[in-house]
Design a protein around this ligand. Structure first.
Ligand SMILES: [Zn+2]
Ligand SMILES: [Zn+2]
Length: 164
């Protein structure tokens, strides 16, 4: 992909994103950052668009470049969160077009892109926990299981009291 955009114009485009990107990079926000400006609808979803140096650019691509560096030639930016209007760079990954398509169909992809847990809680935003192994876990279910375990333990104690 040729990027013949004036570096100064690109810098200006980056500055327009910074207010949204800084809280993410500081770890203050983890969820999707939905672009509230101009968007276009395509066959694969709605995308934020921004004009940089007289050229129209996808906001998520700009966000990726801003935080992760240039997008390697031939790679496309995949939304791990499946929310195409999201510009949180931590939700983006540069992949080959083939991988992007495979991900859309494969089982691992379905799991990776699952937007709701088996109990129907959202697997994005504040409720999403990404483990060190890269698993996407539900915070609400985790809290729920902790409460259940605690209740079982409490009942167990009660039972042993009754037995004793
Ligand atoms: Zn997202
Ligand atoms: Zn859940």
């Amino acid at each position: 992909m040729t990027t013949d955009i004036d570096p100064k114009a690109l810098e200006g485009g980056y500055r327009r994103l910074d207010a949204r990107l800084i809280p993410i990079l500081r770890g203050e926000r983890m969820g999707c950052i939905e672009w509230s400006g101009y968007t276009i609808k395509t066959g694969s979803g709605r995308y934020g668009k921004i004009s940089v140096g007289g050229r129209s650019m996808m906001v998520h691509r700009l966000a990726y470049q801003r935080t992760r560096g240039p997008i390697p030639d031939g790679l496309v930016i995949d939304h791990l969160c499946r929310n195409t209007v999201c510009c949180n760079p931590l939700h983006l990954e540069a992949v080959t077009h083939r991988t992007n398509i495979l991900r859309g169909e494969g089982h691992t992809a379905r799991n990776a892109r699952k937007r709701y847990c088996k109990r129907g809680h959202p697997l994005f935003g504040e409720n999403l926990r990404i483990t060190v192994n890269g698993y996407r876990n539900c915070q609400k279910c985790r809290t729920l299981m902790q409460r259940v375990r605690k209740a079982i333990r409490a009942r167990g104690d009660g039972a042993s009291d009754a037995d004793g």
